[in-house]
Design a protein around this ligand. Structure first.
Ligand SMILES: *Cc1c(COP(=O)(O)O)cnc(C)c1O
Length: 386
């Protein structure tokens, strides 16, 4: 009866539908499912952050509308965190905007810059809101394949001139979801040059900067010379502090880009619950020791899983960051069918690569959000499959 908008019809289909349905059915049948599908930390939020929320929630001053641009004290905490972590100076008044989770900001950002017919350059496979946000803003995503042969970095030279002319935004996300790949500053320098030559805005998604292994420390895009002329960086408390459900993130970088996003948001939401903002300050300024413990847990799980899969003859990458293992399937294997097969036969949930875009076909993603004994159990089940 109601006619959907062209934009909504254009949004990519939700490809995890089949697996989700099969997973629910298996659970309802009482089967013992081991779920490597969800990129959501299994550890709880540190206690001092929960305590800060609890305290702040009691204060009636925090029950009213928050300011759209976020509390100055939170913006200062973000400023301090960027300074300590990356030695980057940000102006809390003009270069930082808190978000209701970074996904919210990533999805809203293109509204500020795209007109109908404009393009964005989107890595594929990718975190879905780059495409979704582009389409909802009336734009068209141009897909830059992330191929193993190029270490899952986009090959900027391959973007056709005709597309560069119509493009406004390029998205980069390292450490990368779903491939787990990382980028160094030499790649970032290339992106800055490419963006300046083609008058592009760079959106850098740094959600996984604190989830890294073997001594590796991911850089911020903003560390590279000239980056702040062209870039906005999105970050979030979700993965670093086990706070995915809380919805606190931020964007920072070029002040024109930050203020344009602020303008969009002031028309859409009315700020983050003040008690959550105060809890966010507690996260950023409180003890950070849980981060190294968290990374040690994921690193050990990664080692166990990748070694076990290796022994089974699977091609799994030993990534230096993120809690994802990206696994190449045998040639011409359909990732959705493969995922359905191991759910059906071994009660193990994985994510088909094609769900992140067409260049993810031929791969599956496994999230390290499963305790070690269960990883071993999963490996035993997979061994019996053969
Ligand atoms: C998890 C994740 C985020 C964080 O999203 P929030 O909305 O802040 O929870 C951002 N980008 C990527 C690529 C992610 O995987």
């Amino acid at each position: 009866m109601f006619k959907l908008s062209k934009k909504i019809i254009e949004l990519p289909p939700y490809l995890f539908l089949e697996i989700d349905k099969a997973k629910r059915k298996a659970r309802a049948e009482g089967r013992d499912i081991i779920d490597f599908g969800i990129g959501d930390p299994d550890q709880p939020t540190p206690k001092h952050i929960i305590e800060a929320l609890y305290q702040a929630a009691q204060d009636p001053a925090n029950h009213r509308y928050a300011l759209d641009q976020g509390m100055l004290s939170l913006r200062r905490a973000i400023e301090g965190w960027y300074k300590r972590r990356f030695d980057i100076n940000l102006n809390p008044d003009t270069e930082i905007i808190p978000l209701i989770g970074s996904k919210e900001g990533i999805a809203h950002f293109p509204v500020a810059f795209l007109n109908d017919g404009d393009y964005t350059l989107v890595p594929d496979p990718c975190y879905p809101p780059y495409k979704g946000g582009t389409i909802l803003a009336g734009g068209t995503p141009y897909l830059m394949p992330l191929l193993e042969s190029n270490d899952f970095l986009p090959d900027l030279k391959k973007v056709p001139l005709s597309i560069r002319k119509k493009a406004k935004i390029i998205y980069i996300n390292y450490p990368n979801n779903p491939t787990g790949a990382t980028a160094d500053k030499s790649f970032y320098k290339e992106v800055v040059k490419f963006a300046k030559e083609n008058k592009l805005i760079v959106v850098s998604d740094l959600a996984y900067s604190e989830m890294s292994y073997d001594g590796y420390r991911p850089p911020s895009f903003l560390e590279v010379e000239g980056a702040r002329d062209v870039a906005v960086e999105f970050h979030s408390l979700s993965k670093t502090y086990n706070m995915t459900g809380w919805r606190v993130g931020w964007a920072c970088g070029n002040p024109e880009l930050v203020s344009a996003l602020e303008k969009v948001k002031s028309n859409v939401d009315s700020g983050i619950f003040s008690a959550l903002q105060l809890a966010g300050i507690a996260a950023l300024e409180g003890p950070q020791d849980h981060i190294s413990r968290m990374c040690a847990i994921y690193q050990e799980r990664r080692n166990v899983l990748v070694k076990g899969l290796d022994a089974l003859g699977w091609q799994a990458r030993l990534n230096k960051a993120t809690f994802y293992v990206w696994i190449k399937l045998p040639k011409n294997t359909d990732s959705v069918k493969f995922s359905a097969h191991i759910l059906g036969k071994a009660d193990i949930v994985v994510t088909p690569g094609v769900g992140f875009g067409k260049y993810g076909e031929g791969y599956i993603r496994m999230a390290l959000t499963v305790p070690e004994p269960r990883i071993n159990e999963a490996l035993e089940r997979l061994k019996k499959l053969k």
